[in-house]
Design a protein around this ligand. Structure first.
Ligand SMILES: *[C@@H]1O[C@H](CO)[C@@H](O)[C@H](O)[C@H]1NC(C)=O
Ligand SMILES: *[C@@H]1O[C@H](CO)[C@@H](O)[C@H](O)[C@H]1NC(C)=O
Length: 254
């Protein structure tokens, strides 16, 4: 009797420890502070450090943010975070989901939100007015999957590009919660590839890119360093032009 009770306690303890070990804290909220862009419109900025241009101001309905350490030299560009303020009088339970499109730091803040996103953490319009008056608020945040229903990953050729000498582009609408950690540019016909430089933010560049139709190979990495290579279905056409966008034909959801 005593033995079986001991067994039970041991097994229960083991299962409990197992549960603890399994809940790694990648989904846990982290305490921090957030403020909002001063002197700005509701949305984010067209000139965000990620190099997304006006996409970086209005993507996700304008719920965007600048980040300080989470910017990670540009690797954090395009990552999504659930951010909720913690004052129970003003703040809603879910807060907002924002996309990182810029770099910036303030008063111990991890996020400088667009005014729309900052107000979006409030329970009501009046509460939003009170939150905005506070300027900096206590928040908690966690990384979440980005979601762009009915969108494929899209290649946006940067305005600074000039065919055939210089190719710069950003990738729009990446779903999930992985980082794009490397991009190769390949000649579609013979699959000779070169590794691109992350010039700044989310901008990948190549001086003297190969001619002909081009294929990308993108490396997606999880926080645990698990890598997956993804090759778009569609090519970048030979006559690519600055400012144009090309549908990659692929999407990810992790
Ligand atoms: C902010 O972005 C939203 C969503 O893209 C857009 O509809 C709205 O016009 C923008 N607001 C301003 C002030 O630019
Ligand atoms: C995404 O790409 C697939 C081809 O891989 C295509 O059939 C589909 O229409 C694309 N979706 C959008 C929204 O462009």
């Amino acid at each position: 009797m005593a033995l079986s009770l001991l067994c039970f306690v041991l097994i229960a303890t083991f299962l409990f420890m197992q549960t603890l070990a399994d809940t790694s804290c990648t989904d846990c909220f982290v305490q921090s502070h957030a403020s909002f862009y001063p002197n700005s419109e509701e949305n984010g900025t067209d000139t965000g450090a990620c190099g997304f241009g006006s996409f970086g101001a209005t993507i996700n309905g304008g719920d965007v943010s600048a980040a300080s350490s989470l910017y990670r030299d540009g690797v954090g560009c395009g990552a999504c975070y659930q951010v909720r303020c913690t004052n129970s009088v003003y703040c809603s339970g879910n807060g907002v989901t924002v996309v990182l499109t810029d770099q910036g730091s303030g008063d111990n803040t991890d996020f400088i939100l667009s005014q729309r996103a900052f107000s979006g953490m409030a329970q009501s319009k009046d509460a939003a007015t009170s939150l905005l008056a506070l300027g900096v608020v206590n928040i908690e945040y966690r990384r979440v999957s980005c979601s762009y229903p009915n969108k494929n990953i899209t290649i946006k050729i940067d305005e600074s590009s000039s065919n055939p000498h210089y190719l710069a582009f950003v990738l729009w609408f990446q779903q999930g919660k992985r980082d794009i950690t490397a991009v190769q540019l390949c000649e579609t016909q013979n699959f000779v590839c070169k590794l691109l430089d992350r010039d700044h933010g989310a901008v990948w560049t190549s001086t003297s890119p190969p001619s002909g139709p081009l294929t990308l190979r993108m490396l997606f990495s999880t926080e645990d360093g698990e890598d997956t290579r993804i090759v778009p279905v569609n090519n970048i056409p030979e006559n690519w032009k600055a400012g144009d966008t090309y549908d990659s034909g692929v999407q990810v959801d992790q």
